[in-house]
Design a protein around this ligand. Sequence first.
Ligand code: IDP
Ligand code: MG
Length: 149
Amino acid sequence: MERTLVIIKPDAVQRGLIGEIITRLERRGLKIVAMKMMQISKKLAAKHYGVHVGKPFYEGLIEYITSNPVAVMAVEGRQAIEIVRNTMGATNPAQAAPGTIRADLALEIGRNLVHGSDGPETAAFELGLFFGEDEILSWKRDTDRWISE
Ligand code: IDP
Ligand code: MG
């Protein structure tokens, strides 16, 4: 089963949308295998968003993501990476498809509520940044066989 990192960003936490976002992922059938609240340090943010260094929005992005607590999760499921990305919607909420988290709950690219890893290598790298191996649980859910064949 595939695993991916989800970050419920500071705007979502401040706006009381943790539950709403988790619910949308959970109801799709994804399984939460790790979860915690934290405040991201500048150092961790720089590692996580390293690919964006030098872009015009980089400084603001680091400021935003480190400004207030976030909720981070590891979620698991078949094609979890793609499923999470599709459930989040396009990076810019203005272009996100209706029914997605970003379209339904956000307006601007710089306050787009949620992060999801964008590929298998990124997912492995990002999960390693945010969780120790012992923090990610392998657990059997009784509904698994009704969600995945
Ligand atoms: P993603 O989060 O959908 O993978 P990326 O292009 O990887 O999108 O950008 C990472 C994050 O950087 C975005 O989610 C958003 O928070 C922020 N970001 C990207 N482009 C802009 C921009 O043009 N203005 C402000 N923030 C941006
Ligand atoms: Mg990205």
